[in-house]
Design a protein around this ligand. Structure first.
Ligand SMILES: [Zn+2]
Length: 416
């Protein structure tokens, strides 16, 4: 008799072996991995993933955008319960970002099949082809966008590689994929998507916990702001007569960051880029252009934070007699986890005796795309020193096993 709280056995040796073997495809600078979408090392990694799916007794399918699926057909018809993440990396990234989630889905389903047999509902593991935008900067979420039908005909012609030498169309054709067929990757039979991912931040380490259940993915807005004053001599023009956009910029940057500090977690605000014109020592500048990246995972708070930032920018500009204008470059709404799945994942962690906390994701993930067609929730595994998007990225096998047990127990509750 299987009880709901039965411990699920995850093979620590197997997951470690899979992580290390997959890291060889695109191995870079010691512990790094450089594996961009549709590259030879990407092809090799997807083929290896497919072989491991077959080893686990799953039916393998490569879809028309390059995602690899491993399917364990359930006894009953109906939409699938899916787990996975992306298999591409930064240039270079580490061994864990994305890859761990693709492997975790496979390992969890393999463990469930071994321990509990054929599920009631169909389970699928997936290695998504692209998330990072590391070969084609505007491609982001190419794999999950293929699944959700968010790639329009002709999109692949418009995506140009970082080095400007090729289009997504060229890259797809080079690995035998036909860009005219991407619509066939669309799925409308996925009930739930559960994504395990490394945290990519320092919070779990700070509170000394292995795992987090994710309440939602943050909303992100990017502003491109221009502040215009009057260019004048740095000696001849008295302070009280200046229209100095650098002084306005300094006040705005400081105040926006202060606002996020006052709000506290999980609000964040970053001024990451600034350009000054003419950028000279003895000249009051004419123009300062800068970016603002502001995020909050609760939509209502997200909107209030943005409104506060905009009010402040207008107020400072007016008081200092500067012209201000901005463009919103990215406006990605917050993506809350499905409340039902969020509860199931927490119950799964408690059943497995895995200590956890809840947190929002400050980074974007495939789950926010999958949320267009399925219920979603994410599970985070502690990152050493909070590091990610670097070869130094590391999560311990002990924490990884804890995370996969929570994942497997969640899938068990949903599919058995
Ligand atoms: Zn990732």
């Amino acid at each position: 008799m299987v009880t709901m709280s039965q411990t699920i056995d995850i093979d620590a040796g197997l997951i470690e072996k899979y992580i290390m073997e997959l890291a060889k495809f695109g191995e870079h600078s010691g512990t790094g991995v450089w594996r961009t979408v549709y590259s030879p090392e990407w092809v090799a990694a997807t083929q290896q993933y497919a072989r491991w799916c077959e080893d686990a007794g799953l039916t393998v399918h490569h879809d028309t955008v390059g995602n690899v699926w491993g399917r364990l057909k359930g006894r009953e018809p109906g939409p699938s319960i899916v787990s996975g993440s992306h298999i591409d990396t930064q240039r270079p990234g580490g061994r864990y970002d994305g890859t761990l989630g693709a492997l975790a889905g496979l390992i969890a389903i393999r463990a469930l099949k071994t321990q509990f047999g054929i599920p009631r509902r169909t389970l699928e593991a997936v290695a998504l082809c692209e998330e990072e935008g590391s070969r084609f900067p505007s491609a982001g979420w190419w794999g999950s966008r293929g699944i959700t039908g968010r790639i329009a005909p002709g999109d692949s012609d418009k995506l140009v590689s970082l080095d400007g030498t090729e289009t997504m169309t060229d890259a797809m054709r080079a690995v035998g994929l036909d860009p005219d067929d991407v619509a066939a990757a669309r799925r409308n039979d996925i009930d739930s998507f559960v994504e395990l991912h490394i945290e990519q931040g320092p919070i779990l380490e700070q509170v000394d916990l292995p795992v987090a259940i994710v309440s939602g993915i943050t909303g992100i807005r990017h502003y491109d702001v221009e502040l215009i004053g009057q260019q004048n001599h740095a000696g001849g023009f008295p302070m009280d007569m200046r229209r100095d956009p650098m002084a306005g910029f300094a006040e705005i940057a400081n105040s926006l960051v202060d606002t996020a500090h006052r709000w506290g977690r999980p609000a964040v605000t970053t001024v990451g880029r600034v350009e000054v014109e003419p950028n000279s020592v003895a000249v009051v500048p004419k123009r300062v252009r800068f970016t603002v990246d502001a995020r909050h995972p609760v939509q209502e708070s997200y909107e209030r934070l943005m409104a506060s930032h905009e009010r402040l920018m207008r107020e400072v500009a007016a008081r200092r007699n500067l012209e201000i204008s901005w463009k919103v470059m990215i406006d990605q709404p917050a993506c809350p986890s499905d409340p039902g799945l969020y509860a199931v994942a927490q119950e799964a962690a408690r059943d497995q005796g895995v200590p956890f906390m809840t947190m929002a994701s400050g980074a974007g993930h495939d789950s926010q795309q999958m949320a267009a067609i399925a219920k979603v929730v994410m599970i985070f595994v502690r990152s050493k020193d909070g590091r990610s998007h670097t070869p130094e990225e590391f999560s311990s096998i002990k924490d990884i096993v804890a995370g996969i047990r929570v994942l497997a127990a969640t899938l068990h509750k949903l599919a058995y």
